[in-house]
Ligand binder design. Structure first.
Ligand code: HEC
Length: 146
């Protein structure tokens, strides 16, 4: 199957079957607070950069598969499709990983629920959003308003 389509189906599955609940946060998450973005940057560097790269560019040739046959880490900097997902979906992906959202998931995006609080996840999201152009940012905010 076409890989991009595959990805969208994945997200569709997550969106329709995810019934996890988590502490309600203040959506949409903005990138207005420089302090929170800095907090997010520190956490991102510690927990995410090893796969998504320090500059958020994702793995080289990210649309391909790694030696284990798993999908590679996509860019989070706005050149991929992260900005197509609402805050709620992104929060769940980071908190629970695909591992807990998709049955028999064998890929590498595991959840960070043990390491990061809901607040910390949202600091990271604010930091990620600070890399997007205004058009993508505004669009993503509009689909995240509750
Ligand atoms: C061990 C490597 C690894 C680490 C560490 C990691 N990720 Fe990922 N991430 C991936 C992979 C691989 C994917 C694609 C998953 C798939 O399709 O199976 C992914 C997907 C994602 C997505 C979905 C992106 C999109 O465009 O749909 C988000 C958001 C994300 N990761 C955020 C994070 C954040 C935030 C952290 C740190 C808290 C993190 N990841 C840490 C490997 C990693």
């Amino acid at each position: 199957m076409n890989k991009i389509l595959n990805h969208f189906l994945l997200i569709l599955i997550i969106s329709s079957h995810a019934t996890f609940s988590f502490a309600s946060n203040h959506y949409p998450i903005t990138r207005e607070s420089k302090l929170n973005n800095e907090r997010g940057k520190l956490l991102y560097t510690q927990y995410c950069a090893s796969c998504h790269q320090v500059n958020l560019s994702g793995a080289e040739d990210w649309k391909g598969y790694d030696a284990d046959g798993h999908r590679k880490a996509p860019p989070l900097n706005g050149t991929g499709h992260t900005w197509h997902h609402s805050d709620e979906t992104l929060h769940q992906i980071i908190k629970y990983g695909f591992a807990k959202l998709i049955k028999n998931y064998e890929g590498k995006m595991i959840g960070f629920e043990e390491d990061l609080s809901d607040k910390e996840i949202d600091y990271i999201l604010g930091f990620i959003k600070s890399h997007w152009n205004d058009e993508y940012y505004d669009h993503q905010i509009s689909i995240s308003i509750k």
